[in-house]
Design a protein around this ligand. Sequence first.
Ligand code: PGA
Length: 260
Amino acid sequence: MTNRVPFIAGNWKMNLDHQQGIALVQKLAWTLKDANFDYATAEVAVFPGFTSLRSIQTLIDADQFELKLGAQDISAHDSGAFTGEVSGLALKKLDVQYVLIGHSERRQLHNESDDVVRSKTAAAFKHGIVPVICVGETLEELESEGAAAVPVRQTLAALAEHESLGDFIIAYEPVWAIGTGQVATPEQAASVALKIRDAIRAEHGELADRVRILYGGSVKANNVAGFLRSPEVDGVLVGGASLDSEEFSGIARFQSHLAI
Ligand code: PGA
């Protein structure tokens, strides 16, 4: 048994404008309320696109929803001539508590290297935003190196050379499972999560026991319980299924499936 609070994260990716985002968050909060959802059983966070953050922040604040707010990216820089980038200073001002860093779509489509991921992680620490560092292997890497090698290497690279480490979350997302419907087995997810935690412990000591390690990749309400049954997996990062309030609330309520 661990005392890590499960983390249920909805990565909206480049979907929904701010009005659609408001409607989704309202529906999500009401659905969870109707189901008497106990927010002590899991932290539930949404990660909208940048243009929706202000609206969702205002909604959460005004209606006192217990949902948490995250962003999908952060600049490594605080301010200056970096056209198109969004700084941690600006995110913090919007009460953003979490930020995705190094999602495989950023690594693959925007050439984000481990070095970039490390710098963005440093920016998140600097501004008091908890980085959700995404790691995972492609199908080719799975075949050539096995499941854990790449995620462990990416995790250690993101955590290297910081003066001190703030709170952080690791999201293990096998690239071959993202948006494909080809989900990893709970055993695969738990085994990689364990190796990631062991590697963090070997480099950084006891703090490894506090770190939440999530699984992501084709998570749905009907498969979430399998992952969270393992004490190694402390939550899920959900893409497609987070765009549907019923489905995402079903994922947040994984405890009710655990009993079955
Ligand atoms: P998916 O995406 O749930 O649609 O597979 C997960 C993610 O990319 O975070």
